[in-house]
Every structure is written in structure tokens, then in C-alpha cells.
Design a protein. Structure first.
Length: 238
């Protein structure tokens, strides 16, 4: 397995960086910090929840190595004694009480999906990217009947829309609404996501531009990385 040419949510020339996200479900504000580091063919991604208050202090920690076909996702909620490593069938769902999908945080396509796209007709008419190339992958044996379809924009090489379905019934959808500037690799300024069984969409907006983060901050663990992100973004997520 070779490393994909274009990671998701990359930031151009930055290989260790962070940015802030804000959203709302109804009147409940949501704020997050995201950090990502690339080294060789591997990536570490961390998401920290600042709001809603019920999830404040929660984090997601994702380590990936597509060359080795490895991807681990750990979550921590303040009420837990220890972090929990998610078993595979839960990786196609969302962080509790949010519309943030674990797949959408990964740098690359989850290695447990089929190795090649399926030759099936897919419906991406819901997406605002009609010219993007859809590629449908079968889910792993732990999720029978599940498929993941990703639409790749020909101009940028980015995944700009994604649909997760089980037995042809949509479970959740995600798409880029507004791309960022070319000097930050088009890192999306706005995306939206929906758990289609519930109806509406949640808009996620990037606050400000991504900032460089020292690589060693990721080695110091989640608490230290969050402090580093908060200092680097100073006020942009507040």
C-alpha cells in the first residue's frame, strides 16, 4: 500500500500545525482545536473539545501509517478513568454528542476499507461537487453492508465529499462548503456534516489561519499539545 498523494485537511507546506473550529447545534455553541503532524508516511491528529461544556476536556487522538495499513483511534472523556481505543465498527460513527465523524478527521482513507473502488453506481447528487470523482469502497467485515463513498476534486486532488451508507441507506454525509486560500493548501474554511436520520446539517467553520506547532509537542502527550495549541492560536478559539 502506497501513501496517498494528498492527505485530507492538510495545510500546504505546514507539516505540524493546528487550527480552531467553531460550530453550533441549535443554540449550543461548539468549539474545537485540531492539531496534526506528518512525519515520513505517518500522521498524528488530535482534536480537543472546548465546548459544549458537557464534553469540555474530551479529546480524540488518531495515529495513522497507511504504508503499514495501520490506524488507531483513541477517545478520552473527562468522566473516563483512561482513554478508550475504538474498535473498528465504531470508527464509522461520530464523536459523542457531535456530528464530527472519525473518518473525517483521518489524514487518509481508512485502511480497513476495500483496497480498490467498487464498480457500482453511486448517488452524490446531494453534494455541491457534481464534477468530483466518486469512489465507493466496501466496509470491513466488522461492518457488513457498509460502504464509504468519497468524491475527489480533480483540480485539487482533495476529498471534498463523503457518504457513509449501510445497505444503501445513508448514515451520515460530509462535504466541503468553502475552500481556504492556496497558501494554506486550500485547508477548508467551512465544511458541513449531517446524520441523515436526523435531518439537518451542522456547519463547521475554521477560525483564522492554521499556525505552526513544534513537532515535539505531539510527543509530550494530549495535555501538553492542547496547551501548545491554545498558546499558538491565542484567542482565535475563544
Amino acid at each position: 500500500m502506497t501513501r496517498p498523494v494528498r492527505p485530507n485537511l492538510d495545510a500546504g507546506g505546514l507539516t505540524s500545525y493546528g487550527f480552531a473550529i467553531q460550530a453550533a447545534i441549535g443554540r449550543r455553541p461548539m468549539r474545537y482545536l485540531i492539531g496534526r503532524r506528518f512525519i515520513d508516511h505517518s500522521a498524528v491528529t488530535a482534536l480537543f473539545v472546548l465546548q459544549p461544556q458537557i464534553l469540555a476536556g474530551s479529546h480524540v487522538w488518531i495515529t495513522e501509517d497507511p504504508v503499514l495499513g495501520e490506524c488507531d483511534v483513541e477517545t478520552h472523556i473527562p468522566t473516563m478513568r483512561n482513554s478508550v481505543r475504538l474498535v473498528e465498527r465504531y470508527l464509522f460513527d461520530c464523536l459523542p454528542l457531535t456530528d464530527i465523524g472519525y473518518l473525517d478527521l483521518m489524514a487518509w482513507r481508512y485502511p480497513g476499507l476495500g483496497s480498490t473502488p467498487e464498480d457500482v453506481e453511486v448517488d452524490m447528487s446531494w453534494s455541491r461537487w457534481p464534477a468530483a470523482e466518486p469512489r465507493c469502497y466496501l466496509g470491513p467485515v466488522t461492518t457488513p453492508g457498509l460502504t464509504v463513498t468519497e468524491a475527489i476534486d480533480h483540480e485539487t486532488g482533495m476529498v471534498v465529499a463523503r457518504s457513509v451508507e449501510r445497505l444503501r441507506q445513508p448514515l451520515r454525509r460530509w462535504e466541503v462548503v468553502q475552500l481556504g486560500r492556496p497558501d494554506v493548501g486550500g485547508l477548508p474554511e467551512r465544511v458541513r456534516a449531517s446524520r441523515t436520520r436526523d435531518g439537518g446539517w451542522t456547519d463547521f467553520r475554521r477560525v483564522g489561519e492554521p499556525v505552526p506547532v513544534p513537532r515535539e509537542a505531539f510527543d509530550a502527550g494530549p495535555a501538553r499539545l492542547r496547551e501548545t495549541l491554545e498558546r499558538g492560536l491565542s484567542g482565535k478559539a475563544a
